[in-house]
Every structure is written in structure tokens, then in C-alpha cells.
Design a protein around this ligand. Structure first.
Ligand code: TYD
Length: 207
């Protein structure tokens, strides 16, 4: 049986890495056969593309190039890592996926959502996630918690206004897609982890 595909989304500083670590620990201790992977990255070529996209020195990169590089990294990662794991029945947990492109490149950069959907057609049509967990915390609250941005990261450097647009983009996606579930992460990291676990049980991703 094909494995389930779970993706995680959120703004910078939403605590995604911590939650993915806590979830991985829980899944391992429960004996679940899963892989944890990430975008952009998760395969050799996609990790190379990641370096180009996120390199703070690549200031000339135009928005379309950025969107196409994310899409290129994504399809390679899907073919090489995600699809084989799903085919072998594994649960695949992915740190960011196509909804990041819709929120960041589509809504925040202002490229049309139709264009982003088109260049990510295989991902959207052939590999829709069984559930997308959106870690819901406003960029202002997230920035405060994180004590500012990582200065070498091209995307993190974009400032609060950009990240507010990303957040609003995610909210629009949430309104349209019942497979995206918002998890309020205003509480402690353990409270959020518990909410995520319960959501995955409720949606029959894990037992
Ligand atoms: P990363 O350091 O992994 O950030 P985070 O821990 O917040 O996930 O860098 C990934 C960056 O790439 C992040 O700023 C979001 C951005 N991104 C896009 O803009 N579009 C995309 O399609 C993806 C997958 C990520």
C-alpha cells in the first residue's frame, strides 16, 4: 500500500524544525516506518539547487528564476526520494512543499498563483499531500521568538513586510484547501507537538 505523505509549512521562526524533531522522536519510538526529508533539498541535486537559491550573494536572481529553481529542486526530490518511499509504503514527512512556493513566490513575490501552479503541476496533481500541517504563528510573534533573522539567508533577509505577505498567502491557501490544517503554536513546544500528534491520529495518518 502506498504510504502517506505529510508536509509541514509555516513562516520563518514558526518552530517547524523543533516540531519535526519532536514528531520524528515520537514516530521512531512508536516503530513507524517513515522518512523525514526537506525542501528545497532532500536529494543530491536538490541540495545543490538549494545552495544556489539560498545563497545571500545571489542578489541578481529574478523572481521567476527563484520559482523555477524551487520547482526544479522539488521534482527531482519527488522522483528520487519521495515517490520511491511512498511506493514502498513508508510515511513521508516533508519540511515544506509546494504550498511554500504558492505562499512565498505566488502571493509574497507577486508571481501569479496560476504560474506557480503550472510549473508545479506534477507535484500538485500526482503527489498531493494527504495532509499539510501549517504551524500558525504570526511573523511578528515568530521573529520575536527567534530574535531576528539569519543574515546569510537570502529569503530570511527579506524583512517583516515580505513575511507578513507570506503569512497572508498561507491564510488564503487554508481557506481554499481542506487538506491544509492550521495548528496554533502560541503555546509551549510540547503543547504544539501534542496538537500535531492528535491531528495526525484524527486524520488517520498514524494510529
Ligand atoms: P530553510 O532554512 O529550510 O527555512 P525554514 O527553516 O524556515 O524552512 O530555508 C528554506 C527557505 O526557502 C525558507 O525561507 C522558505 C523558502 N522557500 C520558498 O520561498 N519557496 C519554496 O517553494 C520553498 C520549498 C521554500
Amino acid at each position: 500500500m502506498r504510504g502517506k505523505f505529510v508536509t509541514f509549512e509555516g513562516c520563518e521562526g514558526s518552530g517547524k524544525s523543533t516540531q519535526l524533531r519532536l514528531l520524528s522522536e515520537y514516530l521512531s519510538s512508536s516503530g513507524v516506518d517513515f522518512i523525514l526529508t526537506r525542501e528545497p533539498g532532500g536529494s543530491k541535486i536538490s541540495e545543490e539547487i538549494r545552495k544556489i537559491i539560498l545563497n545571500g550573494k545571489n542578489v541578481e536572481m529574478c523572481d521567476e528564476c527563484e520559482a523555477l529553481l524551487y520547482a526544479a529542486a522539488r521534482i527531482q526530490h519527488l522522483r528520487e526520494t519521495v515517490a520511491p518511499a511512498l511506493e514502498s509504503g513508508k510515511l513521508v514527512i516533508c519540511d515544506r512543499y509546494v504550498h511554500s512556493s504558492l505562499a512565498y513566490q505566488g502571493y509574497a513575490r507577486g508571481l501569479s498563483v496560476q504560474y506557480i501552479s503550472e510549473i508545479n503541476r506534477v507535484a500538485l496533481e500526482s503527489y498531493p499531500p494527504d495532509i499539510t500541517v501549517f504551524l500558525d504563528i504570526s511573523p511578528v510573534a515568530a521573529f520575536k521568538r527567534k530574535h531576528g533573522a539569519d543574515r546569510d539567508d537570502r529569503i530570511e533577509n527579506l524583512g517583516l513586510e515580505f513575511h507578513e505577505k507570506v503569512y497572508r498567502g498561507y491564510k488564503q491557501l487554508l481557506d481554499k484547501d481542506p487538506y491544509i490544517c492550521a495548528v496554533d503554536c502560541g503555546g509551549s513546544k510540547y503543547e504544539t507537538a501534542e496538537k500535531i500528534k492528535n491531528l495526525l491520529i484524527e486524520r488517520q495518518i498514524i494510529t
